[in-house]
Design a binder for this molecule. Structure first.
Ligand code: NDP
Ligand SMILES: O=C(O)C1=N[C@H](C(=O)O)C[C@H](O)C1
Length: 265
């Protein structure tokens, strides 16, 4: 039996790519998409999709679920919409697979409790690319030995959240193994605010936004007379799609929320 999938954010860079991925997948059926404005009756009305994509577009999650009964909601929208979508999906017994970034810790905790109460799988994946997951795992390992760390994440200039979800997740994973320490000179002073980046438990995260970039991150470790750099580059959005498909299949087997693909690969 096919997994019935709905996608929120189908006109976006990631959403459109995910639409093609699910349409092509032999174990999935794209039953609906969710937009927030009236853009057409089906995907075939949108210029970026072929006429054969007669998948209905909804602007209301309750109606979408009532009419098309999806098993999974894939959300690729923005930090303002995603929390509401995830909560609504869980309350309607639809399993969320969330790629959208920008959750607060409190939101993650609340959604985790809700998924547990509903005994529903839910995956919140700050990064779907296997190379990025490996970068984070390798960075966590390196931090055991080299606790002086700076994260430099680099993205296209249309990105709404900073630091990136991947940058935050990397810092959280490193925090699990790194003895807390403030980096740099104890008396260092910024003569221009923000020059030293964001402070995450003493580690620094720097966000670069430029046209031409897609999604890139390097984690720099400094030690006596040596520097280790772990770097990952997503060169296009196809890099995320095998992760999206993997999560849609995995979430059907789960009964709780998982934050980060490193916990299930
Ligand atoms: N986990 C991962 O591996 C990855 C995650 N991301 C994350 O995915 C998200 C989307 O990224 P990207 O595709 O580049 O962004 P885009 O801005 O290209 O796409 C977002 C889309 O969502 C639409 N949208 C906004 N609000 C709603 C809503 N309430 N309901 C339905 N649709 C809505 C937007 O419409 P409009 O333009 O009209 O506002 C837009 O079409 C971001 O949070 C990004 O960080 C990105 C890449 C990989
Ligand atoms: O907005 C993006 O493009 C990306 N967002 C995710 C993030 O915030 O980490 C994943 C990837 O870096 C691309």
């Amino acid at each position: 039996m096919s997994i019935r999938v709905a996608i929120a954010g189908p006109r976006g860079k990631m959403g459109a790519e995910a639409v093609h991925t699910v349409m092509k997948h032999d174990k999935m059926e794209l039953v609906a998409v969710l937009d927030y404005k009236e853009v057409g009756a089906t995907l075939a009305d949108l210029p970026m999709f072929p006429a054969s994509y007669t998948v209905p577009i909804f602007t209301d999650m309750h109606e979408l679920v009532e009419v098309t009964a999806p098993d999974v909601l894939v959300d690729l929208t923005n930090p303002h919409a995603v929390y509401k979508h995830t909560k609504e999906a869980l309350n309607l017994s639809v399993r969320p697979v969330i790629g959208t970034t920008g959750f607060t810790d409190a939101q993650l905790e609340e959604l985790s409790a809700l998924a547990k109460e509903k005994e529903l799988g839910c995956i919140i994946a700050p990064n779907f690319a296997i190379g990025a997951i490996l970068m984070m795992k390798f960075a966590k390992e390196a931090a055991k030995y080299l606790p002086d760390v700076e994260i430099i994440e680099m993205h296209h200039d249309q990105k709404l959240d900073a630091p990136s979800g991947t940058g935050v997740k990397t810092a959280q994973m490193i925090q699990e193994v790194r003895a807390q320490k403030a980096q740099g000179h104890p008396e260092e002073k910024e003569t221009l605010e923000g020059a030293r980046g964001a402070d995450f438990d003493g580690m620094r995260i720097h966000s670069v936004r430029l046209p031409g970039l897609v999604a890139h991150q390097q984690v720099l470790f400094g030690g006596d007379g040596q520097l280790l750099t772990i770097r990952h580059d997503s060169l296009n959005r196809n890099s995320f799609m095998s992760g999206v498909a993997f999560c849609v299949e995995e979430v059907m087997k789960m009964d709780q929320l998982v934050y980060g693909l490193e916990n299930i690969i």
